[in-house]
Design a protein. Sequence first.
Length: 492
Amino acid sequence: MKTYDLFINGQSVPPQTKKYFDSFNPFTGQVWAKIAQATAQDVDDAVQVAHHAFSEGPWSTMTATQRGLLMHKLGDLIARDAKELATIEVQDNGKLFAEMFGQLNYVPQWFYYYGGLADKIEGNVIPLDKKGFFSFTRKEPLGVVAVITPWNSPIMLTAWKIAPALAAGCTVVIKPSEFTSASILHFVKLFEEAGFPPGVVNVITGFGNEAGTALVEHPLTKKITFTGSDSTGKIINQQAAKFLKHVSLELGGKSPNIIFADANLDDAVNGAVSGIFAATGQTCIAGSRLLVQDSIYDELVQKLVTLSKTAKMGDPMSSDTQIGPVTTRPQYEKILSYIDIAKNEGAKLLMGGEVATRPECGNGWFIEPTIFGDVNNKMRIAQEEVFGPVLSIIRFKDEAEAIQIANDSRFGLGAGVWTSDIGRAFRMSEKIKSGTVWVNTYRAVSFMAPFGGFKESGLGRENGIEAIQSYLETKCVWINTGAASANPFTMR
Ligand code: NAD
């Protein structure tokens, strides 16, 4: 059995209470590791160290170019260890090795991209309307950033936050999900090898209401960057507001994937399957509401069910497995309860709808890929996030109705549009209220492409050039170059 400690000031340290909790392998249902349970005292240690590294340590005197070079070295080390890191992630979250390995091979790009941006952070000279002054802006790092992440893509989602934070000159304390802490503790060891000074990147593991709350409320954390459920995001936003901290939130969704009669139906079916069954539906951008135009409804549903029935379930480490287990036991129970809700609401079960008992699923937390037809958008199964392999299909007549149904949601993270009409593609991408709209594709992300939610799907954007600004504060400097003293009782 592996035991994992906290990572503070470049070293593995046990929690002060010496308490550890279990981490489960979702494929076997067995405990495979013990993880340190941090309390507020451990959090204070980590934040103090990060604050020292930010304000006094070598990190604070490095040039932005030096920071960027370290990030490049780190990217190379992640690429070197991608297979090992992905294997640990699969053990913890049960997602397919192919998916996690793909992510880990892509993660270096975040460090290359933001490493390259580090020395391109520039202020402005202000063309003042007043004579005798020179004015300019400086962009200064915020300080210690609290990074709180969920279980579905532990290292990739952490990279989305820490790459721009480090490029900006901040230091970080990471609180990974209590369900998937192990891979982050391997990952942070690479920072030392790359040459980062100790204390720049720290990890405290533990529970949200204990370690997470302490991190959010600590007076020295200046920004909270969070990915997770909308309910936790709202709690964090309230806590952070008490101290006026900067906050960015990447929350859940109930994304519409909309298929028009003029689409290439085979491509659209492929996109629908990828939208809901990839990652066993455990992705914030899951296309969990499939909107299908009336005239092609029967044909499309038949193609979709036929393809979905071919999906191979089983060991996530096998290269031919397509659907793995659900990551956590509570999530498994939550998904099953939503299947019951949908049945009771009168949605028509087209396939699945039960625990998977196939021999290749062993004792893992598997649920059959599930499709409900004739769903009404007012049903709970169409309005609430399930975060599992459960699809709701909703009919629509025309473009106007598709837009109305798509936007009838408190979420607005992603949306897919399948059409061969270029005008319609533009109209739909303008009218849909979501942070991302994919046309004739689904579930594509890039370090360059801004990502985040409208409405209750979040605040702020990750990825792309603008993300780095959310780790910076603007200072405006005024220098008197010769203006005469003025009446002290009036504004200049
Ligand atoms: P969660 O909100 O329960 O937990 C996320 C993290 O927050 C964990 O590290 C947890 O320990 C911590 N936490 C919990 N309560 C806290 C508190 N009071 N203060 C501080 N930290 C606290 O979410 P989860 O169950 O780990 O992840 C699944 C959810 O995340 C889904 O709803 C999904 O939609 C969402 N998600 C969103 C995105 C996105 O980019 N928008 C990506 C992945 C997952």
